[in-house]
Design a protein around this ligand. Structure first.
Ligand code: PEP
Ligand code: MG
Length: 758
C-alpha cells in the first residue's frame, strides 16, 4: 500500500493543474483499491457549497455541476463531523440524497473521509462499491492517509487556483495573491527571478524551446556531458590515489559507460529535438530509465536507479552552472524559490535585489534575519508555491501582511507605489533621530546596538547611529570558506569590525554553528539538530577551533580595547567554567606572546530555559548576559523557529517568554551585571516597549529597525511602559497581549511605527 500511496502522491506532485491532480487521485484510488467508483468534493467557500470536482466510475459530465449546500447529504455529514463515515448501504442512510444520472444508484458501500488542512475541512474523498459491505480498517486507514497527504496540495491550489470554474483571485480587488509569513517588512515591486534547487532532477521545470534554439541546447548538453565525464574520471583517479581497489572502482567505469552509451545520449538529443530544453530532456529520459530500474525485482538492479539519478544530477549540475553564469537578473529582482538560501542572495548583483519570496522558512529562519538586516521585504513559508508559474512575473511583495501579489493590476500597483512613498517619508523623518539620545519622555535611557554578521554592513549600522554592536555572528567568515579560517584570517576580519566601530563596544559571539547553520566542510547530520550539537557544545568539544577563535579576537583588539566576547547556547554552569578556563588559556598565551591586550568583558547568551532559571548563577561568573530571544522562544514553546507549519505558535509575546525575560533581568541585576537582548524581539517596536519596562540595559537589533525602536522609546514615558507591562502580565495569551499592546499604542498615537516596524 505504501508503494501505491507514494506513486499516487508522486504523480499528483508532477501534475500541472489541480484538476489533473484530482483526476489522478480518483483513478489511482479506484484502480489500486479495486473499487467501483471514487470521487472528490471540495468546499467552495464563496458559495457555501460542496462541489464535485473529480470522479471515476460515476458520470464524469457532472463534475463541477453537482453542488450541495454545506451539511447536505452524506458528503455534508462527513464534512460537518470531520471524520470518516463508512456504511454498507448508502441509500438507506437518512442523510442520503440521490442525484439523477450520476450512476450511483448501483453503488451501495460508501466510505467518505474528510480532507482537512490545518484544522479546516477542505472537502471529502469518497469511494463506493456496488456490493453491500463495510470497507475494512485497512481500506479506511489508507484513504485517511492519502487524504492527509493531499490536503496541503489542495489547500494551496484552493488559495491560488481557479478550481470552481471562476478565478477566485479575480474577484478580490487585489488580484492574484499568495499568502505566507512575514520574513522582513517593507514593500517591494519588481520582477520574479526564480532559482531552482541546484542539481535536483525532480525540480527541473518543463520548458519548451523554439526550433532555432535546438542546436544551442544540444551544444549545452554535450558540453555538460563532457564535463561530467571528466569529473567521473578525476574522481576515479582520486580514489585510485587513495588506494581504493580496482574492483570497487568498477562503479566509476559503469557510470562512464552510461554517460557514453549511445542510447542514453541519443534519447536525450531526441527529446531536445522535440522542443524540450536540455534540462527537461535530461529529466524525461532519466525518469523513464529510473522507473524501469525501480520496477525490477532484482535488488541489485533496483539500486542502479539511484546511480542513474546521481549521474543525471551531475550532468544537470553542469547544465545549471552554465545557466547560472548566463543569468540575467532584472533591475528590481524579486528572488523566488522553493527554498531561498542565504547563498542564493549572494548571486544577485549588488543593487538589484528588491524582494524575496520563498516556499520554505519562517520569521526566525536565518534567511529572514539576513533579509531584515539588508532591509529586503520578504515573504516566507508560501505553502505549495509553484515557482515555475511565477517566472518573470511582475510581483509585489507586501512584507507587512506576508502577501505576494502576482501580475497586479494598475490600480493595485498604484496603491502600493503610494505606500512605498509613505514609507520613504517616514524613513526620512526617522533619520532626524540619528544623533538624538534614546531616552523616554521622563528621562530613562537605554542603549541601542546593532546585530551584524550575516551582513557585515557596517556603514548601515553607523548611519543609523548605533551605540555599538550587540551581536556579531562570527559564523559568517566560517560559512563563506571551504575550510575553517586561520587565526590570522580571523584576526584581520575581527579587527576591521572593531576599528569601524571604535570606540563603541563590539560584542563578538563565538562560533554558533549547528541547528540550521551548517558549514559545508563540517557537516553535522542529526535527527534533531536544534537539540543537538550546537554552539558552545561544539566549540568545547573542539578546543583547537575554539582557542584559535578566541586568540584571533584577542589579537584583533590590540590597542583598540572595544572588544567584548559572548558564548552561545550555554545550558550548564560547567560549560561556563570550562569556557572561562579555555578563555584564560587563550588570554595567557596571547599575553605571553608580548601583546598588551586588555581583558575584554565576557558574557553568556541566555537562549535555553535552563539558563533562565540559572540566570543569577551565570551572571555571577561573567560580566554580562544577553538574551537570544529567537532560540529562547523556540525552546520555551517547543516550536521550531524554521517550521512554517507551526509558525502561528511561535510568538515572543507568549506570557511564558515574558516571564522568563523578567527572571533573566532580575538575575543579572541582582549581581549588578548588565543584561541585553539581541534576538529579533528587540527589533519589534511594540515588544521594545515591554523590554524597556522590564529593565533591559540594551537592545540589539538589525540596523534597519533601530530608528523605529528609538522613535517609539522617545515618544513615551517609562511610567507608561511599566503600566503596559503590568497590564499584559495579567493576560494568558500571546495574541491577546500583542493586540492589547497594539491597541494601547494606537490610542497613544504611536501606531505609525507599528505598520512600518511589524
Ligand atoms: C537568538 O537565538 O536570539 C540569537 C540572537 O541567535 P541566533 O539567531 O543567531 O541563533
Ligand atoms: Mg541563538
Amino acid at each position: 500500500m505504501l508503494k501505491i500511496l507514494r506513486r499516487i502522491i508522486q504523480d499528483v506532485n508532477a501534475a500541472q493543474t489541480l484538476s489533473e491532480a484530482l483526476d489522478i487521485v480518483v483513478s489511482g484510488v479506484k484502480q489500486a483499491m479495486h473499487i467501483d467508483a471514487c470521487c472528490i468534493f471540495l468546499i467552495d467557500e464563496a458559495h457555501g457549497e460542496n462541489v464535485l470536482v473529480a470522479a471515476d466510475g460515476l458520470n464524469k459530465s457532472l463534475v463541477k455541476k453537482v453542488r450541495l449546500k454545506l451539511g447536505e447529504g452524506l458528503i455534508g455529514l462527513v464534512g460537518e463531523r470531520a471524520e470518516p463515515i463508512n456504511i454498507s448501504h448508502a441509500a438507506s442512510h437518512p442523510s442520503y440524497i440521490h442525484y439523477p444520472d450520476s450512476g450511483e444508484e448501483f453503488l451501495k458501500a460508501f466510505l467518505g473521509v474528510p480532507i482537512i488542512h490545518q484544522r479546516h475541512v477542505l472537502g471529502v474523498l469518497i469511494i463506493y462499491q456496488t456490493e453491500e459491505r463495510c470497507f475494512d480498517e485497512a481500506e479506511e486507514a489508507f484513504l485517511v492517509t492519502l487524504s492527509a497527504q493531499l490536503s496541503g496540495i489542495i489547500a494551496h491550489a484552493l488559495a491560488t487556483g481557479n478550481i470552481f470554474g471562476q478565478d477566485k483571485t479575480q474577484v478580490t480587488a487585489k488580484g492574484k495573491v499568495l499568502t505566507g509569513i512575514v520574513g522582513a517588512s517593507g514593500i517591494a515591486m519588481g520582477k520574479a527571478h526564480v532559482i531552482y534547487r541546484l542539481a535536483d532532477i525532480s525540480a527541473v521545470p518543463e520548458r519548451k524551446i523554439q526550433p532555432e534554439e535546438v542546436a544551442a541546447e544540444i551544444g549545452l548538453f554535450e558540453t555538460a556531458l563532457v564535463a561530467a565525464r571528466q569529473l567521473i574520471r578525476s574522481l576515479e583517479e582520486n580514489m585510485a590515489a587513495h588506494g581504493l581497489p580496482e574492483e570497487e572502482r568498477a562503479l566509476f567505469d559503469a557510470y562512464l559507460r552510461i554517460l557514453e552509451s549511445k542510447s542514453f545520449v541519443q534519447e536525450i538529443i531526441a527529446e531536445i529535438n522535440k522542443g524540450n530544453w536540455a534540462q527537461g530532456a535530461l529529466k524525461i529520459v532519466t525518469t523513464r530509465h529510473i522507473s524501469r530500474f525501480e520496477d525490477m525485482d532484482d535488488a541489485y538492479l533496483k539500486e542502479r536507479a539511484a546511480d542513474l539519478k546521481d549521474l543525471a544530477e551531475r550532468v544537470l549540475f553542469y547544465l545549471q552552472s552554465r545557466e547560472m553564469n548566463a543569468r540575467h537578473f532584472p533591475e528590481k529582482t524579486i528572488l523566488v524559490g522553493e527554498e531561498v538560501t542565504p547563498a542564493a542572495l549572494a548571486e544577485v548583483p549588488e543593487g538589484k535585489l528588491a524582494g524575496i519570496v520563498s516556499g520554505k522558512g519562517s520569521t526566525n529562519s536565518h534567511i529572514a534575519i539576513l533579509a531584515r538586516a539588508l532591509g529586503i521585504p520578504t515573504v516566507l513559508g508560501v505553502e505549495g508555491i509553484k515557482v515555475t508559474e511565477l517566472e518573470e512575473k511582475e510581483l509585489i511583495v507586501d512584507g507587512y501582511y506576508g502577501q505576494v501579489h502576482c501580475s497586479p493590476s494598475a490600480v493595485v500597483r498604484h496603491e502600493f507605489a503610494a505606500l512605498i512613498c509613505q514609507e520613504r517619508d517616514f524613513d526620512n523623518q526617522l533619520q532626524l533621530l540619528r544623533d538624538l539620545p534614546t531616552e523616554t519622555l521622563d528621562g530613562y535611557s537605554i542603549k541601542l546596538y546593532v546585530n551584524t554578521g550575516l551582513s557585515p554592513d557596517v556603514n548601515r549600522a553607523l548611519s543609523v547611529g548605533a551605540e555599538g554592536v550587540g551581536l556579531y555572528r562570527t559564523e559568517v567568515p566560517f560559512m563563506t570558506r571551504d575550510r575553517f579560517p586561520s587565526e590570522e584570517e580571523q584576526r584581520v576580519i575581527y579587527r576591521q569590525l572593531l576599528q569601524a566601530f571604535l570606540p563603541k563596544p563590539v560584542v563578538m559571539r563565538t562560533l554558533d554553528v549547528g541547528g540550521d547553520k551548517d558549514l559545508a566542510y563540517f557537516p553535522i547530520i542529526e535527527d534533531n539538530p536544534f537539540l543537538g550539537w550546537r554552539g558552545i557544545r561544539i566549540t568545547l568539544d573542539h578546543p583547537e577551533i575554539f582557542l584559535v577563535q578566541l586568540r584571533a579576537m584577542l589579537q584583533a583588539s590590540l590597542g583598540l580595547d572595544n572588544l567584548q566576547i559572548m558564548f552561545p547556547m550555554v545550558t550548564t554552569i560547567a560549560e561556563v567554567e570550562e569556557t572561562l578556563r579555555l578563555f584564560r588559556q587563550a588570554f595567557e598565551e596571547v599575553v605571553a606572546e608580548g601583546l598588551a591586550i586588555k581583558k575584554p568583558a565576557l558574557g553568556v547568551m541566555v537562549e535555553v530555559p535552563s539558563a533562565v532559571y540559572q540566570a543569577q548563577s551565570l551572571a555571577k561568573r561573567v560580566d554580562f548576559l544577553s538574551v537570544g530571544s529567537n532560540d529562547l522562544t523556540q525552546y520555551l514553546l517547543a516550536v521550531d523557529r524554521n517550521n512554517a507549519r507551526v509558525a502561528n505558535l511561535y510568538n515572543s509575546f507568549h506570557p511564558a517568554v515574558l516571564r522568563a525575560l523578567l527572571q533573566v533581568v532580575a538575575g543579572a541585576h541582582r549581581e549588578a551585571k548588565m543584561v541585553s537582548i539581541c534576538g529579533e524581539m528587540a527589533n519589534d517596536p511594540v515588544a521594545a516597549v515591554l523590554l524597556l519596562a522590564m529593565g533591559f540595559d540594551a537592545l540589539s537589533m538589525n540596523a534597519t529597525g533601530l530608528l523605529q525602536v528609538k522613535w517609539i522609546i522617545r515618544k513615551l514615558t517609562m511610567q507608561h511602559a511599566k503600566r503596559l507591562l503590568e497590564e499584559v502580565l495579567q493576560m494568558d495569551d500571546a495574541v491577546e497581549i500583542q493586540r492589547h499592546m497594539e491597541q494601547a499604542l494606537e490610542e497613544a498615537g504611536l501606531d505609525s511605527v507599528m505598520r512600518m516596524g511589524k
